[in-house]
Write a new protein. Structure first.
Ligand SMILES: Cc1ncc(COP(=O)(O)O)c(C=O)c1O
Ligand SMILES: Cc1ncc(COP(=O)(O)O)c(C=O)c1O
Lengths: 487, 457, 487, 457
């Protein structure tokens, strides 16, 4: 039932608005609304009950194991939320003067410093609102760098075929053309193909390492060398930083630009699809191009914002007010609780969990996409054998996992591995949870053999059975309209 | 090891199952010379208690000033229920609803949000959020350029009355996509963008006109005339609107003869705390015809195997994870949690509640402006009607005055002069429904002495 | 699964305690614990997930219609919780000096005043921690009053047979004997029986009006006269104040003492069984006996606590620190949002809802316990006909209601009405919810006719089927013990 | 009409169904002359925004002093998760789990709480809470008197080292139930209740001895000796214990040869904010033999129709709703929400976490006492070992000193002299794990000047 269906004309949550309507007679009649918007009219209890019950229909980290590959669905410490929600932080206007901002600016400045240390980069801007915006900022900086040197011919961005869709999309938004680089059968970038692809047109390459197939590209130094020698720059998609936190640094691998997904590695909430935060780090030569604002600590020991005036070569402003500050605060709090030692543990145990799960699934007879490789913090199982022999595909298995109380891993990504499940358990799941997942997978395969319809019609135990995506797109209905409008 | 559940026995058993001796062995594919040793810039870990004390001190350090700044972010009351529900673990710690059956909570919220935004804007469809109002305008501009089948020139008219931060954001984001942004000046007396000003820069065809309502000065534009003018020239019209203002003002879908084509804006006034500027949410609505050019997630209604109603992400072929380099945008993670908050906020307030909020802000600001203009030398800059913000001219340098006010814990407004030097010492003030009469009076008194002091110096 | 079953030796939520163990070597070895308590050892995520999921197994106001008679399960405004949880309020130590307490004392003092006004009593103490403690305080004051007058023979407390169990239990705790007064067939106290019962031994009578059978006792003035003339005092059980808020005041009815259940009428959370708050109000002659502390506003315009020294005749202290302050704050916030007008609306709409539901159920053929009477905020349906004819009893119907998504009304209370359901919809439920409840009742009766087993075996749709209470009492297991202890 | 969902149409339809013309008619059984007209003492309603502003001002008015008071309520760190989960609507807005199948969340929490409390106290069974520590002691006294089959005299020995507020609460509650409370004095040097002190007042049989551990001075009693002594005289032993202290100290179940019979105390240190004194929770545990005399709710494990494990309230025949005047107590509503918080708190901290907290408080208080005793004239009063609180003698009137400290936003401790005049100017101080070294130093400095000032005056 939609909240709109609880609506009755004249019903109100009347504690929640000014008790009387103030005068607005000076607003010209012609510019005024002719009839009220068809928002629901409900009591406060109705709204509370409706959304409380809706929430219960979600799987979430707080309720379920959620091994969604490439998304790092780990525990979001509750303190991060409550401390970032301290009244002083919530009440601060984005245009408040620096005199009333030293507290939060101290947090942001320290976060910049920690991120520099973690990534091995020279400078950081916290401005991008999510990973994709970080990517855009990153490739724009690459472009600005070449342009500033008068090197205008570099209009091609190399992107491995395994890359996340945001990578090519971001490159296009920055005005590049995209050239795909194939992945070798061992999971590493096909270095020969890469060497063949680089040239004077190469602006750079967008990579993540470990890559989205879940393995650490052992040739990273060779890749860096090859791209750098061709005059291109290396961009690091930070989505997979959780795998290497405190173990190896993108800056040390030769990357020139990096974005980080704080909603992944730094455990800020995924929120049903955001908000994220996608800070960017750069090597020294790219610093002038960082998006604004940036926080600096002045000689006066006070913190100051750098904006367009201070950074004339900046690629500019990406949101009106400088980014998702509340998310940055959460990441800061998380980072302070972890400390250096805790960060290292994150990557160690994320890796331990992934390799353990990989070993158990292999042992149970599931086929790994890259069986010879170590898993990083995630790994890929391919169900192409099951799909072919039993007629049960990856999506069926994913849906059936829901019945067993596990959120499905990422399905059908990366695109180059057929019938794939990208599995990322994260470091915050205990061994028992992984064992339970293995058991569910084994049972589902047994069901696929004995009773494939059960799997193909899954889920069975959730409030809804399998939903019809095709119908959603064909009979498009993306907004409730009042009956009068439909008539 | 905060947040890591492994016991020694677990670790031993797991290493054994993998067949390695220690965790370090799992990193053996990383070239030795790359392995990091220390994280020098990261201090030792703190307990939650210690970090609580630290953050409380930091939050306290920034004081509790009284806020008369608006300029795109507004200090509205947020019902307590909004965030208590939005931060429930099931909303807070879920992700994009890729598995629809396990995400009906989030998906139905998205559908309801889309329904509410279309109701507010008077347009047919809405996406499920973009990062913020400014980046939403950038996406709107790109979308308009892609959508306009009659005008192929990627030229967009951008009034100077659009918030300067929005204009800069748009410029940043679209700069490499061949879009030409053409500034339109405003009438120095009224503070409005008139058709004449548009005409003045429109000798060549343009794909779209951006129309802010209210504009950055709080001033109301003649949206009907601007819309009709632009559409008569085959351009699309993009409204940049404040959703609370929409409770009182004509919605973009009603502008001119056939309505604006696209509307976008900042969702912050719908239940988001000021929070230093984010996370907020950008919304983007349009006419049905343009839905395939709309960037971002869209939730749609459908049925399950048994015919029960449910919701799912739809039209994903517009998106990067399917279309990659040909997607409508690179956006992936959006502002889901804020959408949840906004949806609950709108459900609780309803149209009448939003109307009361809008009216109260409007009346408070009128009272504020009147009081401040009682200070000698302070006067309104523009003559046209304005909604819930007012541009004032000061008889002393804005920066000096603002600093003096800040010393008394009053955030006096947004310094317009920095962005519009032609306005001189200019201040944009706003009093939302939360500002009380004593606060307004205190501001007037503080302003009077700040001005006196500045002029004495 | 119990949280203990998630436990593994050595697992910890290590952000949550001091990072290292401080020295306590000075504590004598003989007084130290020999082995650690068997508390669960879990990670923070495990605890969060476990309790989040447990919560989802509750029906609650925020998720379900909850017409539990005598409990006033109405919407608990979320602002009451968040404002009572402002850091300043949470951090205040109970022994903080008055210099650092004026803010909260202002709230408490105003709450006292509002409660006086609402009840028509002369003075109020906020000290009792719940209704039953308010009752105890109330009857102790009655005793203190008689004792102070040397009237030591008054040792009998009259209690109607319909009264809540706490009434006789409280009277006993105050050293009274209890004499039951019967209820007439019209729901009013049997006035003749009452007259026969009063005498020089009568300390007082404990009543609620409307009574627990859901009707307003029309003879209240006669009752008051009769008890007062016999030298007794009238005690008002405030559990039913929601029915009369702003309509009629216990003080005006002739009551000398009253307790209020703020967790009912003033909508503080029921919390899975508390905390409550049970302030007491008294007429002038009882003021000296009020439990301490009491807040007064001094001539210095500052607030002060009255304690044992100031109130030597007080019945004393009922908890160490003066009561459930956080709950009092919530009630205060609620009362301020309602205001006088809002309070009147509460009783009006609580009464409207009850009478509407009563009318609809009567129309649907259900038998009312007091068919000739107006409902107050609640009313009683008796299923004795259904029990006899269909073999389906009240508990069966109650359990089946759960399947339809309604929390059951109060069952088998008051004891004098056989097979009864005491139904209290409260003012915050919309008409649709009441209509839905009627429909569920009709359907259940139809099931009871066609397929009684479905009803008798209910619930069917909850995580558990009907629980075996007898087994719980026979094979008593009230605490998990570690395996070692069991062996 | 805040919180009331009725529309005009609803009201009309409902009145129609009832068959009356207006709502007032529904009150027609109330005698006319009784109907109230006005609620003079109740101001007009406020919106949530207004009440928010009011309460924020009130909370702010009470400042943010640094707290060195203990005396029964302790300023511990509470993990953020505790209250975020406890205030989830499903816990917050449910009631006593009368319908077990619809209340498994609450019931399992109660069962887990009982399990944790028995583990901490070393006793067999626990109830599901009473109002607070002091009223729990009153119930323990009543229960002991009912339970003791050998000594029928309702006489209970109550050491003066039991918190004075507890003793007064017990006296209030049991005064009319024929229980005689006999005070036991303490050793002026050690601060302990010795067997000799008990002997001195025990010429007649007594049903129970109360043993506080630690006692109100923080001093550790010789619990083994006291327990053995009392039990040798056929009395029951009631331990009054601090649950955090139990992480380090011998649990009542281990006292003496066979263990204390009953243990009770204040649950506040297990995740409850100070909150001006409540809501907290009283806990009460006992040996299996006494379970039928235990007051309050008890959750028990059972099975459903299909044999699945579930939980339900059990042994209800002890309670007032069944047994009415013969019940073990009148308690009905207890402290359910606090039980939920305490259970989550204990689950998160575990035994080791509690141990660290206890140790940190203990060490902090030792450091505090040492520092304060560096102020000339300040000295410890008692010689026996103490846990996490310390009684100090001051060279100036406690009240004057505390007032001077309060002016510097330091809450210096609990004025013991008011309750124990024989101790002179005496102060009970406590530094929990939250107190930092700078705070302790600041206290010492403030105390030095306060003492100097007081003595100069
Ligand atoms: C590998 C990879 N790159 C980039 C992104 C984009 O990040 P965001 O969703 O924050 O925009 C994602 C996340 O979804 C990702 O998994
Ligand atoms: C009529 C009546 N009286 C007294 C009480 C006792 O109140 P409490 O549960 O707060 O102790 C109740 C509540 O359960 C009740 O319904």
């Amino acid at each position: 039932m939609l909240i709109h269906e609880h609506s009755r004309p004249g019903r109100r949550a009347s504690a929640q608005a000014p008790l009387e309507t103030a005068d607005y007679g000076d607003l010209p009649q012609a510019l005024r609304r002719k009839r009220r918007a068809a928002l629901p009219e409900v009591s406060e209890l109705q709204a509370v009950r409706h959304y409380t019950r809706l929430s219960q229909q979600n799987f979430s980290i707080d309720t379920h194991v959620y091994p969604l590959g490439s998304c790092t669905m780990k525990y979001n410490p509750r303190a991060c939320n409550s401390l970032a929600s301290l009244p002083g932080f919530l009440a601060r206007h984005p245009a408040a003067p620096e005199s009333h901002s030293q507290g939060i600016m101290a947090c942001l400045h320290e976060l910049q410093d920690m991120l520099k240390s973690v990534t091995g980069m020279h400078a950081v801007s916290l401005a991008p609102a999510a990973g994709a915006q970080g990517e855009l900022a990153g490739v724009m900086m690459i472009r600005a760098y070449h342009d500033a040197r008068g090197d205008h011919g570099r209009r091609e961005m190399l992107v491995p075929d395994a890359a996340h869709g945001t990578n090519p999309a971001s490159a296009i938004m920055a005005g590049f053309t995209v050239r795909e680089v194939p992945t070798g059968s061992n999971g590493d970038v096909d270095i020969a193909a890469l060497r063949a692809a680089v040239g004077p047109q190469t602006a750079g390459i967008m990579l993540t390492n470990p890559s989205t197939v879940g393995v650490f590209d052992r040739n990273i130094q060779a890749i860096a060398k090859s791209v750098h020698e061709a005059g291109g720059l290396l961009y690091y998609d930070g989505a997979n930083l959780n795998a290497i936190l405190g173990k190896v640094r993108p800056g040390d691998m030769g990357f020139d630009v990096i974005h980080m997904n704080l909603h992944k590695t730094f455990s800020t909430p995924h929120g049903g699809g955001g908000p994220g935060a996608g800070p960017v780090g750069v090597s020294k030569r790219l610093e002038p191009y960082l998006p604004i604002p940036v926080v600096i600590k002045g000689d006066d020991k006070r913190y100051h914002w750098l904006d367009e005036d201070d950074r004339p070569e900046s690629i500019g402003r990406l949101t009106a007010f400088g980014g998702n500050m509340g998310i940055l605060l959460r990441a800061y709090i998380y980072a302070r609780m972890l400390g250096a030692e805790g960060m290292r543990r994150v990557s160690e145990f994320a890796t331990l969990n992934a390799n353990y799960l990989q070993a158990r699934l292999r042992e149970a007879g599931f086929q790994l996409a890259y069986p010879e490789r170590r898993a990083s913090h995630e790994f890929i199982v391919t169900l192409k054998k099951e799909a072919k022999e039993l007629g049960v595909n990856t999506m069926d298995v994913a849906k059936r996992l829901l019945d067993y109380g596990y959120h499905a891993p990422t399905t059908y990504f990366p695109l180059l591995v057929p019938e794939c499940l990208l599995i990322e358990p994260t470091e915050t799941e205990p061994k028992e949870a992984l064992d339970g997942f293995v058991e569910a997978m084994i049972r589902i395969r047994a069901e696929a053999e004995s009773d494939p319809e059960t799997v193909k019609q899954a889920p069975h135990s959730l409030p809804l059975r399998r939903l019809d995506d095709v119908r959603a797109a064909r009979q498009l209905d993306v907004a409730w309209k009042p009956a009068a409008d439909n008539a | 090891m905060p947040f890591i559940p492994h016991t020694d026995a677990d670790i031993a058993g797991m290493l054994d199952a993998i067949g390695v001796d220690n965790i370090d062995a799992l990193f053996d594919e990383i070239p030795k010379e790359l392995r990091a040793t220390a994280l020098d810039g990261v201090p030792a870990g703190l307990s939650e208690m210690e970090v609580t004390q630290l953050l409380q001190a930091r939050a306290r350090a920034d004081g509790e000033p009284t806020c008369f700044i608006g300029a795109g972010a507004y200090d509205h009351h947020i019902p307590a229920a909004v965030w208590q529900i939005a931060t429930r673990g099931e909303f807070y710690s879920a992700y994009t609803p890729y598995q629809a059956e396990a995400s009906q909570g989030t998906l139905q919220v998205l559908y309801e949000f889309q329904s509410m935004m279309t109701a507010l804007t008077g347009l047919d469809v809405s996406n499920a959020s973009l990062y913020d109002g400014a980046s939403a305008l950038a996406e709107a501009v790109l979308m308009a350029v892609r959508s306009n089948r009659k005008v192929k020139q990627p030229r967009v008219l951008m009034p100077r009355t659009v918030h300067p931060f929005y204009r800069r954001t748009v410029a940043s984001i679209v700069q490499h996509q061949g879009v030409e942004l053409i500034e339109v000046d405003f009438d120095a007396r009224s503070g409005q963008t008139s058709v004449e000003h548009c005409e003045a820069v429109a000798d060549e065809p343009f794909a779209a006109l951006v129309v802010p309502q209210p504009n950055v000065f709080g001033v109301l534009e003649d949206v009907d005339a601007l819309t009709d003018w632009a559409q008569a020239r085959d351009a699309l019209v993009i409204g940049v609107v404040n959703p609370v203002a929409l409770a009182l003002l004509s919605p973009p879908g009603d502008w001119g003869q056939v309505g604006a084509d696209i509307a976008c804006g900042e969702g912050q006034p719908l239940g988001m705390p000021l929070a230093s500027g984010g996370p907020y949410l950008g919304f983007l609505c349009c006419k049905q015809a343009f839905i395939r050019q709309l960037p971002g997630r869209i939730a749609g209604k459908t049925e399950d195997l048994e015919g029960k109603v449910g919701y799912t992400l739809t039209l994903q072929a517009r998106e990067q994870h399917i279309r990659r380099s040909k997607a409508t945008s690179n956006i992936c993670t959006n502002q889901g949690l804020l959408v949840t908050a906004a949806t609950i906020h709108m459900a609780i307030l309803g149209a009448e509640g939003l109307e009361r909020v809008a009216a109260a802000c409007h009346a408070n600001t009128a009272r504020l402006a009147q009081q401040l203009c009682a200070v000698p030398g302070v006067e309104p800059i523009f003559s046209a009607p304005a909604f819930h913000e007012r541009a004032l001219r000061l008889p002393a340098p804005t920066e000096t005055v603002l600093a003096a006010l800040a010393e008394q814990d009053i955030l006096g407004g947004f310094d317009l002069g920095r962005e519009y030097p032609e306005l001189g010492s200019a201040l944009l003030v706003c009093a939302t429904e939360r500002r009380t009469d004593p606060e307004i009076t205190a501001y007037r008194e503080a302003l009077a002495s700040a001005v006196a002091l500045a002029n004495a110096a």
